[in-house]
Design a protein around this ligand. Structure first.
Ligand code: HPA
Ligand code: ZN
Length: 332
């Protein structure tokens, strides 16, 4: 079995994917038409041409504009279902998906509408595709602490449907410390915690995510390598980093995939995982990300298997489930 065949054969868990970032232009056009909403593009080709980013913010502007056509429960269902079909193709057998309720509630869409559509897709994915899933609700960090508190209030009646709370959107200038109090409340309510940190922001933001938000995982975290003391801490605590290689390339966090530090982080003993982030915008789903790093960094069979094992170990599934998938990986 060559490396590409191994990548395709491995069962994998995806731990860093924004469901709004899986919105393919074809589906965006179809939903815009059905909801009679104008989008500033004439064709699918024109949409794809707009996907030329130079940093995180240049992407976020387009990503939020695309999400504007999502209004009805069925829209959120269709969005998530299309992603689950990609998971099935890539042998992603478990996924923990981010959703950004504020992107929708700020436009007048009910929190319950968003959640109902996503949840129905999750139920169908288990039944029809055998894919398990969880939902992670993110606060938009460019908005206020007060807005985050309001969003947490809206989520409380749906506590059982949401496994964790995360933090995303424009990182620089919006450190984790801005949200310390609302994450304390979320933890007290029983949610697990994750946060984007160290994508464009400095290692200091990763320290804050660990010490103030008390995260269970760091999303991205690729800048941790700049801080030796932080590296020692991450390794000692076996703190997972949900790394997104094609995202890092498209948002110019790295200039070239050959410069990506995921293999070096793995070799140093950091608990890294591979993820797609916003696959419709960044040029690929799970296996595309694996193949991109494989081609640029020449990972060994054992390293590819370790990345797949890490994805289950870092996930929020039960220990029995973890063991089952890890044994299957080791037997390949
Ligand atoms: N970083 C921050 N916010 C995001 C991202 C990301 O990579 N994708 C969607 N929202
Ligand atoms: Zn992300």
């Amino acid at each position: 079995m060559n490396q590409i065949e191994l990548i395709r054969a491995l069962p994998k868990a995806e731990l860093h994917v924004h469901i709004e970032g899986t919105f393919e232009p074809e589906l965006m056009f179809a939903i815009a038409q059905r909801n009679q909403i104008q989008i500033p593009y004439q064709s699918v080709e024109e949409v794809k041409q707009a996907y030329n980013f130079h940093n995180l913010q240049s992407f976020l502007d387009i990503y939020y504009a695309g999400a504007n056509v999502l209004v009805h429960e069925q829209d959120f269902y269709d969005l998530a279902w299309a992603y689950f079909e990609k998971c099935a193709e890539d042998r992603v057998v478990h996924t923990e998906m981010f959703f950004d309720p504020q992107t929708h509630t700020e436009r007048g869409v009910e929190f319950a509408t968003v959640l109902a559509g996503l949840k129905r897709a999750c139920t169908d994915a288990k039944e029809k595709l055998g894919i398990s899933s969880q939902l992670i609700m993110c606060f938009l960090r460019h908005l206020s602490e007060e807005k985050a508190f309001e969003t947490l209030e809206q989520a409380l009646p749906f506590k059982d449907d949401i496994i964790a709370i995360g933090l995303d959107s424009s990182e620089v200038g919006h450190p984790p410390s801005k949200f310390e109090r609302v994450f304390t409340k979320a933890r007290e309510a029983g949610f697990l915690i994750v946060a984007h940190a160290g994508e464009e922001g400095p290692p200091e933001y990763i320290w804050e995510a660990l010490d103030l938000l008390k995260v269970n995982r760091i999303d991205h975290g690729v800048r941790s390598e700049e801080d030796e003391r932080l590296m020692t801490r991450l390794i000692a605590e076996k703190m997972p980093l949900t790394v997104c290689p094609l995202s890092n390339l498209k948002l110019c966090v790295v200039k070239d995939m050959g410069e990506h530090n995921i293999r070096r982080l793995l070799q140093k003993g950091v608990h890294v995982t591979v993820n797609s982030d916003d696959p419709s915008y960044f040029g690929g789903y799970m296996n595309d990300n694996f193949i991109a790093i494989q081609e640029a960094l020449a990972l060994s069979h054992d390293e590819l298997k370790q990345l797949a094992i890490n994805s289950f170990e870092a996930s929020f599934i039960s220990d029995e489930e973890k063991q089952k998938w890890i044994e299957e990986i080791k037997a390949i």
